[in-house]
Design a protein around this ligand. Structure first.
Ligand code: NAP
Length: 292
């Protein structure tokens, strides 16, 4: 038996594929698990793991299991995996919503070493063919531990996250869901709404002209509208209450921004200059979040 830590990744899409690619050159034994045979064959072609299977029994000897399936499948996948793994195995996930998942595990009648996880990195694409090893470089990775784990378990996972190039941030799952509503799910809703505003603009000539000259500003602000619809659906519907609450603050913000049009020109300039400066400070030139 090898003394390498054995890591199983379930769900070989954008995130699962990227995790395996990033860990491939490290000292880990890697197991790739997927639902469809077709995806498993693609993973084999890419040689991203040491073992491949769509049978959960392969998880028996895993030290860490990382669940990278769609959000609505996470709780049933934890249930299935926890029936197979050893008592010492750490199970984590990467789902963009954490509250209902950690709540589910905390209600288990016996311990399951589950730590919720959410890498703050991604793209609008899906599937193993779009995965890449540098996806998590310099990203934050939120961890929301369940009641069944201790610091030692968290530190094992923290080291894997460091090896992926990211930085672990511990958070409360309910607070995580409110925060991602603000910085991820509300922006998705706004991006979709902005695209719809132009696509449904009543004057056909203006609409067609606008779409034909739309350049980088419109491309950047509507990028999220082109996201994987399965993931977008889950993010908006499974975090609906937080999205609705944050959208109220957005509506207030847009009303107050419009009122600023009545300021005198210098005051208006100062106001938007300060905003531009604060926004510029949040990201480095290469687009990394600099807030600590
Ligand atoms: P994805 O590219 O569509 O990959 C999902 C994978 O899960 C697919 O390969 C699919 O396998 C597999 N799968 C689906 N149901 C399964 C099941 N019951 N058992 C085993 N495998 C199953 O999606 P993704 O973007 O990687 O998202 C996966 C997770 O990452 C989600 O929970 C999401 O919230 C989280 N996340 C995504 C992003 C992002 O920007 N994309 C960022 C952070 C976190 P088949 O190919 O065999 O159908």
């Amino acid at each position: 038996m090898s003394n390498k830590l054995s890591i199983a990744v379930i769900g070989l899409g954008l995130i699962g594929g990227s995790i395996l690619k990033a860990l491939r050159t490290m000292n880990y034994h890697l197991i790739a698990v997927s639902g469809r045979e077709e995806t498993l064959l693609k993973a084999k072609d890419l040689k991203i793991a040491d073992e491949y299977s769509n049978d959960f029994n392969i998880l028996k000897n895993a030290d860490v299991v990382i669940i990278c399936t769609p959000i609505y499948t996470i709780t049933e996948t934890i249930d299935k995996a926890s029936k197979v793994v050893s008592n010492s195995c750490i199970i984590t996930d990467v789902a963009s919503i954490k509250g209902f998942i950690v709540e589910h595990v905390n209600k288990f009648s016996k311990p399951v070493k589950f730590i919720g996880g959410h890498p703050m990195a991604g793209t609008e694409h899906k599937g193993i063919e779009n995965s890449f090893k540098d996806l998590f470089l310099d990203a934050k990775w939120v961890l929301t531990p369940s009641k069944w784990v201790d610091n030692n378990d968290i530190n094992i996972l923290r080291q894997i996250i460091i090896d992926l190039g990211a930085k672990a941030i511990i958070a409360d799952p309910v607070e995580h869901d409110k925060a991602v509503a603000l910085i991820s799910h509300l922006p998705l809703l706004i991006s979709q709404s902005l695209f719809k505003t132009v696509e449904e603009y009543p004057d056909k000539n203006i609409r067609q002209l606008a779409l034909s000259i739309a350049s980088s500003g419109f491309r950047d602000t509507t990028r999220l509208a082109a996201s994987n619809p399965e993931l977008s659906k889950d993010m908006l519907l499974l975090n609906k209450n937080n999205v609705l609450e944050s959208s109220l603050f957005f509506e207030e913000a847009i009303e107050s921004m419009k009122k600023n049009f009545d300021l005198d020109e210098n005051e208006f300039f100062d106001f938007i200059s300060e905003l531009a400066l604060d926004r510029a400070k949040l990201y480095s030139k290469d687009g990394k979040n600099t807030y600590d």
